[in-house]
Design a protein around this ligand. Structure first.
Ligand code: UTP
Length: 297
């Protein structure tokens, strides 16, 4: 029987330069959409998919991220005293079981592939998931859960995939599609950040992966790729070259690129509009701005 996916890697060791100066002291993953940090959305998604072990690849200056998962007994006691039960429950839902989280330090930001490789001893010989917390996916069924279900039917590696406009393909890893089977596509190859006009398709890889331990063995070679970084895409492409199956999975849901300012703002608005306590105020405000803008045109 196929081994269940119970381990997930969360690479959070990047420099977050697109959010400077904020990321000078605040890890990108602690920035909040409404009132939850990006990392909480990623953890909730992983839990819904059955993940039991959470492996963070961190770096210098990410202490706030580690503290976030500690229990806060004083705060809990204060809320209890004040009878703020709902807030207390909300807070307790962020607590993690002792031993469920591991932190591994990536000493140098050598690339996403290198970050994943840093977890090789904890992963050992099992298939595992990778979640990039700055890709936030709003979905009825968590994106990773959709992928785990699809993985149970098809062996090998799986990457989340999404159609992107042709002029944006060079910002992504792009799939060279062999056979399109609807939500699942089999893949001939993958190119990280292809040159403009040279993308093999418009199906881009989004930050959710289910990978086999073979990928870690391939990352052992520490092959440097696009942008001078050790790329995860190259190690997955190597799986295809070795004749092992790799699938793209078109998930249902809306993805926000919270690694960019525009994506982060869009996500904030969208998540705000989805909150019953905020919706009316926010919508009224947006409608007001739009009509003022229109009147000025
Ligand atoms: P990004 O390409 O978004 O880089 O990394 P970044 O450093 O986070 O942000 P910018 O581009 O400087 O603004 C994608 C994911 O891979 C992780 C990041 O933390 C992010 O989750 N990563 C990247 C690492 O963990 N280590 C690396 O060496 C590179």
């Amino acid at each position: 029987m196929k081994k269940k996916i119970t381990k997930a890697i969360f690479p959070v060791a990047g420099l977050g330069t697109r959010f400077l100066p904020a990321t000078k002291s605040v890890p990108k993953e602690i920035m909040t959409l409404v009132d939850r940090p990006l990392i909480q959305y990623a953890i909730d998604e992983a839990r819904a998919a059955g993940i039991k072990e959470f492996i963070f690849i961190t770096s210098r200056g990410k202490g706030a991220l580690e503290d976030y998962f500690d229990e806060a007994p004083q705060l809990e006691q204060a809320l209890r005293k004040k009878g703020k039960t709902e807030l207390l429950e909300e807070l307790q839902s962020t607590n993690m079981e002792s031993g469920a989280i591991a932190y591994i330090r990536q000493h140098k930001a050598l690339g996403l592939g290198h970050a994943v490789w840093c977890a090789r001893r904890l992963i050992a010989n099992e298939p595992f998931a990778v979640i990039l917390p700055d890709d936030v996916i709003a979905a009825e069924k968590s994106c990773l859960q959709q992928m785990v279900e699809a993985y149970e039917e098809s062996p090998g590696c799986m990457v989340a995939a999404m159609e992107v406009p042709a002029d944006q393909a060079s910002s992504y890893g792009v799939l060279d599609v062999k056979e399109d089977m609807g939500s699942l596509v089999s893949v001939n190859g993958m190119v990280e950040k292809p040159e403009a006009g040279k993308a093999p398709s418009n199906l881009a890889v989004i930050g959710r992966y289910i990978l086999t331990p073979d990928v870690l063995r391939s990352l052992n070679k520490k092959q440097v790729g696009a942008g001078g970084e050790i790329q995860l895409t190259d190690a997955i492409a190597n799986e295809i070259a070795e004749g092992r199956p790799v699938h793209g999975f078109r998930f249902s849901g809306q993805r926000f690129d919270c690694g960019t300012k525009a994506g982060f703002l869009q996500a904030s608005v969208s998540f705000g509009l989805n909150r019953p306590d905020l919706r009316d105020d926010l919508l009224g405000y947006i409608q007001n701005i739009v009509s003022t803008q229109k009147a000025a045109e």
